[in-house]
Design a protein around this ligand. Structure first.
Ligand SMILES: NC(=O)C1=CN([C@@H]2O[C@H](COP(=O)(O)OP(=O)(O)OC[C@H]3O[C@@H](n4cnc5c(N)ncnc54)[C@H](O)[C@@H]3O)[C@@H](O)[C@H]2O)[C@@H](O)CC1
Ligand SMILES: Nc1ncnc2c1ncn2[C@@H]1O[C@H](COP(=O)(O)OP(=O)(O)OP(=O)(O)O)[C@@H](O)[C@H]1O
Ligand SMILES: [Mg+2]
Length: 357
Protein backbone atom coordinates (compact mmCIF):
# COMPACT_ATOMS: atom_id res chain seq x y z
CA UNK A 1 0.00 0.00 0.00
CA UNK A 2 2.84 2.35 0.99
CA UNK A 3 4.72 1.43 -2.18
CA UNK A 4 1.59 2.05 -4.20
CA UNK A 5 0.91 5.51 -2.70
CA UNK A 6 4.65 6.35 -3.07
CA UNK A 7 4.35 5.52 -6.80
CA UNK A 8 1.26 7.69 -7.16
CA UNK A 9 2.95 10.61 -5.38
CA UNK A 10 6.05 10.26 -7.60
CA UNK A 11 3.87 10.30 -10.74
CA UNK A 12 1.98 13.31 -9.39
CA UNK A 13 5.24 15.08 -8.60
CA UNK A 14 6.48 14.32 -12.12
CA UNK A 15 3.23 15.72 -13.55
CA UNK A 16 3.63 18.88 -11.49
CA UNK A 17 7.22 19.33 -12.70
CA UNK A 18 6.06 18.95 -16.33
CA UNK A 19 3.32 21.50 -15.75
CA UNK A 20 5.82 23.86 -14.17
CA UNK A 21 8.13 23.66 -17.18
CA UNK A 22 5.41 23.95 -19.81
CA UNK A 23 3.09 26.40 -18.14
CA UNK A 24 4.97 29.39 -16.83
CA UNK A 25 1.76 30.89 -15.53
CA UNK A 26 1.51 28.30 -12.74
CA UNK A 27 2.98 30.07 -9.76
CA UNK A 28 5.32 28.43 -7.31
CA UNK A 29 2.71 28.92 -4.60
CA UNK A 30 0.08 27.09 -6.58
CA UNK A 31 2.48 24.17 -7.12
CA UNK A 32 3.29 24.17 -3.43
CA UNK A 33 -0.40 23.98 -2.52
CA UNK A 34 -0.94 21.13 -5.01
CA UNK A 35 2.02 19.21 -3.61
CA UNK A 36 0.90 19.67 -0.04
CA UNK A 37 -2.58 18.37 -0.83
CA UNK A 38 -1.08 15.34 -2.58
CA UNK A 39 1.35 14.56 0.25
CA UNK A 40 -1.48 14.67 2.79
CA UNK A 41 -0.28 17.93 4.43
CA UNK A 42 -2.88 20.51 5.47
CA UNK A 43 -2.76 23.16 2.72
CA UNK A 44 -3.72 25.96 5.12
CA UNK A 45 -0.57 25.36 7.16
CA UNK A 46 1.69 25.56 4.12
CA UNK A 47 3.90 28.67 4.10
CA UNK A 48 5.49 30.52 1.21
CA UNK A 49 8.89 29.16 2.21
CA UNK A 50 10.74 30.56 -0.78
CA UNK A 51 9.66 34.13 -0.01
CA UNK A 52 10.69 33.65 3.61
CA UNK A 53 14.08 32.33 2.52
CA UNK A 54 14.55 35.38 0.27
CA UNK A 55 13.47 37.79 2.98
CA UNK A 56 16.13 36.64 5.46
CA UNK A 57 19.08 35.96 3.13
CA UNK A 58 21.61 38.81 3.32
CA UNK A 59 22.99 40.60 0.27
CA UNK A 60 26.66 40.06 -0.57
CA UNK A 61 27.80 43.51 0.43
CA UNK A 62 31.47 44.45 -0.21
CA UNK A 63 31.44 46.56 2.98
CA UNK A 64 30.89 43.53 5.18
CA UNK A 65 33.73 41.81 6.97
CA UNK A 66 34.39 38.15 7.71
CA UNK A 67 32.03 36.83 10.34
CA UNK A 68 29.06 39.07 9.61
CA UNK A 69 27.35 36.38 7.54
CA UNK A 70 27.51 33.96 10.44
CA UNK A 71 29.78 31.89 12.65
CA UNK A 72 28.39 28.45 13.37
CA UNK A 73 29.71 25.68 15.62
CA UNK A 74 28.65 22.04 15.49
CA UNK A 75 29.08 20.13 18.75
CA UNK A 76 29.31 16.54 17.57
CA UNK A 77 31.58 13.86 16.18
CA UNK A 78 32.87 10.88 18.13
CA UNK A 79 34.73 7.64 17.46
CA UNK A 80 31.75 6.12 15.61
CA UNK A 81 30.35 9.08 13.71
CA UNK A 82 32.51 11.55 11.83
CA UNK A 83 30.29 12.10 8.78
CA UNK A 84 27.35 13.76 10.55
CA UNK A 85 29.22 16.77 12.04
CA UNK A 86 31.08 17.22 8.76
CA UNK A 87 27.81 17.29 6.75
CA UNK A 88 26.27 19.79 9.12
CA UNK A 89 29.29 22.11 9.31
CA UNK A 90 30.14 22.09 5.60
CA UNK A 91 26.47 22.75 4.71
CA UNK A 92 26.57 25.88 6.86
CA UNK A 93 29.57 27.13 4.86
CA UNK A 94 28.09 26.20 1.48
CA UNK A 95 24.95 28.19 2.27
CA UNK A 96 26.93 31.29 3.16
CA UNK A 97 28.19 31.27 6.74
CA UNK A 98 31.67 32.79 6.99
CA UNK A 99 33.09 30.40 9.58
CA UNK A 100 32.13 26.91 10.59
CA UNK A 101 33.60 25.16 13.62
CA UNK A 102 33.33 21.57 14.84
CA UNK A 103 33.76 20.76 18.53
CA UNK A 104 34.29 17.00 18.71
CA UNK A 105 36.16 14.24 20.54
CA UNK A 106 39.92 14.00 20.30
CA UNK A 107 39.67 10.81 18.26
CA UNK A 108 37.22 12.21 15.74
CA UNK A 109 39.07 15.47 15.11
CA UNK A 110 41.90 14.30 12.77
CA UNK A 111 39.34 12.43 10.67
CA UNK A 112 37.01 15.42 10.35
CA UNK A 113 39.94 17.74 9.60
CA UNK A 114 41.01 15.41 6.81
CA UNK A 115 37.59 15.75 5.11
CA UNK A 116 37.98 19.48 4.66
CA UNK A 117 40.48 22.27 5.31
CA UNK A 118 37.56 24.73 5.40
CA UNK A 119 36.38 23.63 8.84
CA UNK A 120 37.88 24.75 12.14
CA UNK A 121 38.01 21.60 14.22
CA UNK A 122 38.48 21.62 18.01
CA UNK A 123 39.53 18.26 19.51
CA UNK A 124 38.08 19.02 22.95
CA UNK A 125 35.55 16.39 24.02
CA UNK A 126 36.38 13.10 25.70
CA UNK A 127 34.48 9.81 25.95
CA UNK A 128 34.45 7.53 29.01
CA UNK A 129 36.78 4.96 27.48
CA UNK A 130 39.55 7.56 27.44
CA UNK A 131 39.03 8.99 30.95
CA UNK A 132 39.87 7.56 34.37
CA UNK A 133 37.12 7.87 36.96
CA UNK A 134 39.25 10.14 39.19
CA UNK A 135 40.04 12.51 36.30
CA UNK A 136 36.45 13.13 35.21
CA UNK A 137 35.85 16.30 37.20
CA UNK A 138 39.07 18.03 36.11
CA UNK A 139 38.57 17.01 32.49
CA UNK A 140 35.00 18.29 32.31
CA UNK A 141 36.08 21.58 33.92
CA UNK A 142 38.84 21.91 31.32
CA UNK A 143 36.52 21.11 28.41
CA UNK A 144 34.03 23.71 29.56
CA UNK A 145 36.74 26.36 30.03
CA UNK A 146 38.03 25.72 26.48
CA UNK A 147 34.55 25.92 24.92
CA UNK A 148 33.75 29.06 26.94
CA UNK A 149 36.63 30.90 25.23
CA UNK A 150 34.75 30.54 21.95
CA UNK A 151 31.12 30.46 22.95
CA UNK A 152 30.15 34.11 22.65
CA UNK A 153 31.72 34.34 19.21
CA UNK A 154 29.23 31.85 17.77
CA UNK A 155 25.95 32.99 16.23
CA UNK A 156 24.45 29.54 16.61
CA UNK A 157 25.39 26.09 17.91
CA UNK A 158 24.26 22.80 16.39
CA UNK A 159 24.24 20.24 19.18
CA UNK A 160 24.26 16.54 18.43
CA UNK A 161 25.15 15.40 14.89
CA UNK A 162 27.25 12.26 15.43
CA UNK A 163 27.71 13.08 19.12
CA UNK A 164 27.17 9.50 20.34
CA UNK A 165 25.58 8.62 23.65
CA UNK A 166 28.50 8.25 26.04
CA UNK A 167 27.24 9.41 29.48
CA UNK A 168 30.41 11.33 30.41
CA UNK A 169 30.47 13.12 27.05
CA UNK A 170 26.77 13.98 27.32
CA UNK A 171 27.35 15.44 30.82
CA UNK A 172 30.02 17.77 29.36
CA UNK A 173 27.67 18.75 26.54
CA UNK A 174 24.91 19.51 29.06
CA UNK A 175 27.27 21.99 30.72
CA UNK A 176 28.09 23.55 27.34
CA UNK A 177 24.36 23.94 26.67
CA UNK A 178 23.78 25.62 30.04
CA UNK A 179 26.54 28.15 29.29
CA UNK A 180 25.24 28.74 25.74
CA UNK A 181 21.82 29.45 27.17
CA UNK A 182 23.21 31.89 29.75
CA UNK A 183 24.95 33.71 26.86
CA UNK A 184 21.78 33.73 24.71
CA UNK A 185 23.40 31.69 21.94
CA UNK A 186 20.77 29.91 19.81
CA UNK A 187 20.98 26.12 19.63
CA UNK A 188 19.75 23.69 16.98
CA UNK A 189 19.47 20.29 18.63
CA UNK A 190 19.57 17.18 16.47
CA UNK A 191 20.58 13.50 16.49
CA UNK A 192 22.11 12.43 19.81
CA UNK A 193 21.54 15.95 21.13
CA UNK A 194 17.86 15.02 21.05
CA UNK A 195 18.60 11.81 22.92
CA UNK A 196 20.23 13.99 25.61
CA UNK A 197 17.47 16.60 25.69
CA UNK A 198 14.66 14.05 25.81
CA UNK A 199 16.16 12.83 29.09
CA UNK A 200 17.07 16.35 30.27
CA UNK A 201 14.24 18.62 29.16
CA UNK A 202 15.37 21.31 31.62
CA UNK A 203 18.29 22.05 29.26
CA UNK A 204 15.94 23.61 26.70
CA UNK A 205 12.60 24.07 28.41
CA UNK A 206 11.46 27.70 28.16
CA UNK A 207 14.39 28.74 25.95
CA UNK A 208 12.96 30.41 22.82
CA UNK A 209 16.30 30.19 21.00
CA UNK A 210 16.27 26.37 21.08
CA UNK A 211 15.26 24.49 17.94
CA UNK A 212 14.68 20.72 18.03
CA UNK A 213 14.83 18.89 14.68
CA UNK A 214 13.56 15.35 15.35
CA UNK A 215 13.31 12.59 12.74
CA UNK A 216 10.61 9.95 13.04
CA UNK A 217 12.30 8.01 15.89
CA UNK A 218 13.42 11.09 17.76
CA UNK A 219 9.93 12.61 17.52
CA UNK A 220 8.34 9.43 18.85
CA UNK A 221 10.63 9.44 21.90
CA UNK A 222 9.91 13.14 22.55
CA UNK A 223 6.13 12.65 22.35
CA UNK A 224 6.25 9.59 24.62
CA UNK A 225 8.40 11.36 27.22
CA UNK A 226 6.83 14.81 27.18
CA UNK A 227 3.18 14.14 26.36
CA UNK A 228 3.09 10.63 27.82
CA UNK A 229 1.25 9.23 24.78
CA UNK A 230 1.91 7.85 21.29
CA UNK A 231 2.33 9.86 18.09
CA UNK A 232 -1.09 10.69 16.67
CA UNK A 233 -0.90 11.32 12.95
CA UNK A 234 -4.63 12.04 12.66
CA UNK A 235 -4.07 15.18 14.66
CA UNK A 236 -0.38 15.71 13.91
CA UNK A 237 -0.26 19.53 13.85
CA UNK A 238 -2.20 19.89 17.13
CA UNK A 239 0.08 17.34 18.83
CA UNK A 240 3.16 19.17 17.58
CA UNK A 241 1.76 22.44 18.92
CA UNK A 242 1.16 20.82 22.34
CA UNK A 243 4.66 19.34 22.34
CA UNK A 244 6.35 22.68 21.61
CA UNK A 245 4.16 24.45 24.14
CA UNK A 246 4.84 21.77 26.81
CA UNK A 247 8.59 22.35 26.38
CA UNK A 248 8.03 26.04 27.09
CA UNK A 249 7.88 27.42 23.56
CA UNK A 250 10.96 25.88 21.96
CA UNK A 251 10.67 25.55 18.19
CA UNK A 252 10.26 22.01 16.85
CA UNK A 253 10.88 21.00 13.25
CA UNK A 254 9.25 17.60 12.72
CA UNK A 255 10.94 16.02 9.67
CA UNK A 256 9.06 13.81 7.26
CA UNK A 257 7.27 13.64 3.93
CA UNK A 258 6.19 17.18 4.78
CA UNK A 259 8.15 19.11 7.40
CA UNK A 260 6.07 20.68 10.21
CA UNK A 261 7.16 23.52 12.49
CA UNK A 262 5.77 24.82 15.75
CA UNK A 263 6.87 27.16 18.52
CA UNK A 264 3.86 26.37 20.68
CA UNK A 265 1.93 29.35 19.24
CA UNK A 266 1.41 28.32 15.62
CA UNK A 267 2.04 25.41 13.27
CA UNK A 268 3.36 25.71 9.71
CA UNK A 269 4.45 23.22 7.07
CA UNK A 270 6.72 22.95 4.05
CA UNK A 271 5.94 20.27 1.47
CA UNK A 272 7.74 21.58 -1.61
CA UNK A 273 10.32 19.69 -3.66
CA UNK A 274 12.02 16.80 -1.82
CA UNK A 275 13.48 13.50 -2.92
CA UNK A 276 12.35 9.89 -2.49
CA UNK A 277 15.91 8.84 -1.49
CA UNK A 278 16.29 8.46 2.28
CA UNK A 279 20.07 8.09 2.58
CA UNK A 280 21.54 8.98 6.00
CA UNK A 281 22.95 12.45 6.52
CA UNK A 282 20.14 14.59 5.07
CA UNK A 283 19.06 15.64 8.56
CA UNK A 284 22.63 16.79 9.19
CA UNK A 285 22.49 19.09 6.15
CA UNK A 286 19.23 20.43 7.53
CA UNK A 287 20.66 21.16 11.00
CA UNK A 288 23.56 23.20 9.53
CA UNK A 289 21.13 25.03 7.21
CA UNK A 290 18.70 25.91 9.99
CA UNK A 291 21.58 27.27 12.09
CA UNK A 292 22.60 29.68 9.29
CA UNK A 293 19.08 30.84 8.42
CA UNK A 294 18.19 31.28 12.09
CA UNK A 295 21.26 33.53 12.53
CA UNK A 296 20.28 35.54 9.46
CA UNK A 297 16.66 35.82 10.62
CA UNK A 298 17.88 37.18 13.97
CA UNK A 299 19.98 39.79 12.17
CA UNK A 300 16.96 40.89 10.12
CA UNK A 301 14.78 41.00 13.25
CA UNK A 302 17.38 43.13 15.09
CA UNK A 303 17.72 45.52 12.13
CA UNK A 304 14.09 45.88 11.18
CA UNK A 305 12.49 45.34 14.59
CA UNK A 306 10.23 42.57 13.30
CA UNK A 307 8.57 40.25 15.78
CA UNK A 308 8.23 37.03 13.77
CA UNK A 309 10.00 34.23 15.62
CA UNK A 310 13.44 33.90 13.94
CA UNK A 311 13.61 30.25 14.97
CA UNK A 312 10.46 29.50 12.93
CA UNK A 313 11.80 31.46 9.93
CA UNK A 314 15.15 29.66 10.15
CA UNK A 315 13.46 26.26 10.19
CA UNK A 316 11.19 27.09 7.25
CA UNK A 317 14.06 28.43 5.10
CA UNK A 318 16.35 25.52 6.04
CA UNK A 319 13.69 22.98 5.19
CA UNK A 320 12.91 24.59 1.81
CA UNK A 321 16.57 24.75 0.80
CA UNK A 322 17.35 21.19 1.91
CA UNK A 323 14.35 19.81 0.02
CA UNK A 324 15.18 21.81 -3.12
CA UNK A 325 18.82 20.59 -3.05
CA UNK A 326 17.66 17.00 -2.50
CA UNK A 327 15.31 17.23 -5.48
CA UNK A 328 18.05 18.63 -7.74
CA UNK A 329 20.52 15.94 -6.65
CA UNK A 330 17.88 13.26 -7.22
CA UNK A 331 17.10 14.52 -10.73
CA UNK A 332 20.74 13.91 -11.57
CA UNK A 333 21.74 10.87 -9.50
CA UNK A 334 18.43 9.04 -9.01
CA UNK A 335 18.89 5.87 -6.87
CA UNK A 336 22.56 6.55 -6.24
CA UNK A 337 21.93 9.99 -4.69
CA UNK A 338 24.07 10.45 -1.56
CA UNK A 339 24.27 13.19 1.04
CA UNK A 340 27.45 14.59 -0.56
CA UNK A 341 25.54 14.96 -3.86
CA UNK A 342 22.87 16.98 -2.07
CA UNK A 343 25.51 19.20 -0.45
CA UNK A 344 26.91 19.89 -3.93
CA UNK A 345 23.44 21.14 -4.95
CA UNK A 346 23.04 23.59 -2.04
CA UNK A 347 24.67 26.49 -3.90
CA UNK A 348 22.65 26.02 -7.10
CA UNK A 349 19.44 25.66 -5.10
CA UNK A 350 20.10 28.87 -3.22
CA UNK A 351 20.93 30.65 -6.46
CA UNK A 352 17.69 29.39 -8.09
CA UNK A 353 15.61 30.62 -5.16
CA UNK A 354 17.52 33.76 -4.25
CA UNK A 355 19.94 34.86 -7.00
CA UNK A 356 23.00 36.93 -6.04
CA UNK A 357 22.28 40.57 -6.74
N1 LIG B 1 27.57 9.50 8.36
C1 LIG B 1 27.31 9.72 9.65
O1 LIG B 1 28.20 9.86 10.49
C2 LIG B 1 25.89 9.81 10.09
C3 LIG B 1 25.64 9.79 11.44
N2 LIG B 1 24.41 9.99 11.95
C4 LIG B 1 24.31 10.09 13.40
O2 LIG B 1 23.93 8.84 13.91
C5 LIG B 1 23.42 9.03 15.22
C6 LIG B 1 22.12 8.26 15.36
O3 LIG B 1 21.16 8.88 14.49
P1 LIG B 1 19.94 8.07 13.84
O4 LIG B 1 19.26 8.97 12.93
O5 LIG B 1 20.40 6.75 13.33
O6 LIG B 1 19.08 7.91 15.16
P2 LIG B 1 17.81 7.07 15.42
O7 LIG B 1 17.27 7.52 16.70
O8 LIG B 1 16.94 7.07 14.22
O9 LIG B 1 18.45 5.63 15.70
C7 LIG B 1 18.50 4.57 14.80
C8 LIG B 1 18.49 3.25 15.57
O10 LIG B 1 19.73 3.02 16.25
C9 LIG B 1 19.52 2.91 17.64
N3 LIG B 1 20.67 3.53 18.32
C10 LIG B 1 21.33 4.64 17.92
N4 LIG B 1 22.36 4.90 18.75
C11 LIG B 1 22.32 3.95 19.73
C12 LIG B 1 23.11 3.68 20.87
N5 LIG B 1 24.17 4.40 21.22
N6 LIG B 1 22.76 2.64 21.64
C13 LIG B 1 21.70 1.88 21.34
N7 LIG B 1 20.94 2.07 20.26
C14 LIG B 1 21.23 3.08 19.46
C15 LIG B 1 18.20 3.58 17.89
O11 LIG B 1 17.55 3.13 19.03
C16 LIG B 1 17.43 3.24 16.60
O12 LIG B 1 16.85 1.98 16.64
C17 LIG B 1 23.26 10.54 15.40
O13 LIG B 1 24.35 11.06 16.09
C18 LIG B 1 23.29 11.03 13.99
O14 LIG B 1 23.68 12.39 13.92
C19 LIG B 1 23.25 10.26 11.10
O15 LIG B 1 23.12 11.67 11.08
C20 LIG B 1 23.44 9.70 9.70
C21 LIG B 1 24.79 9.99 9.10
N1 LIG C 1 9.41 11.04 3.05
C1 LIG C 1 10.07 12.15 2.77
N2 LIG C 1 9.89 12.81 1.60
C2 LIG C 1 10.58 13.94 1.31
N3 LIG C 1 11.48 14.49 2.14
C3 LIG C 1 11.70 13.88 3.32
C4 LIG C 1 11.02 12.68 3.70
N4 LIG C 1 11.47 12.33 4.94
C5 LIG C 1 12.38 13.24 5.28
N5 LIG C 1 12.53 14.16 4.32
C6 LIG C 1 13.43 15.33 4.32
O1 LIG C 1 14.76 14.89 4.55
C7 LIG C 1 15.40 15.73 5.49
C8 LIG C 1 16.02 14.85 6.56
O2 LIG C 1 15.01 14.16 7.25
P1 LIG C 1 15.26 12.73 7.88
O3 LIG C 1 13.99 12.28 8.49
O4 LIG C 1 15.92 11.85 6.87
O5 LIG C 1 16.32 13.13 9.01
P2 LIG C 1 17.32 12.22 9.83
O6 LIG C 1 16.81 10.82 9.99
O7 LIG C 1 17.62 12.95 11.08
O8 LIG C 1 18.62 12.23 8.91
P3 LIG C 1 20.11 11.81 9.29
O9 LIG C 1 20.36 10.56 8.56
O10 LIG C 1 20.95 12.95 8.83
O11 LIG C 1 20.18 11.65 10.78
C9 LIG C 1 14.35 16.70 6.02
O12 LIG C 1 14.63 17.99 5.52
C10 LIG C 1 13.05 16.23 5.45
O13 LIG C 1 12.35 17.32 4.89
MG1 LIG D 1 19.37 12.73 12.26
Amino acid sequence: MQQCSGGIIRRQQHLIRCLAVNETLISVNKITRMQSVMSGASPNLEVDALSILRSISPTLDPNKHKGQAGKIAVVGGCREYTGAPYFSAISALKIGADLSHVICTKDAAPVIKSYSPELIVHPLLEESYNVREEDRKSISTRVLAEVDKWLERFDCLVIGPGLGRDPFLLDCVSDIMKHARQSNVPMVIDGDGLFLVTNRLDLVSGYPLAVLTPNVNEYKRLVQTVLNCEVNDQDGPQQLLSLASSIGGVTILRKGQSDYFSDGKEVKSVSIFGSPRRCGGQGDILSGSVAVFLSWARQVAAKEGTHTNPAMLGCIAGSALMRKAASLAFEDKKRSTLTSDIIECLGRSLEDICPVR
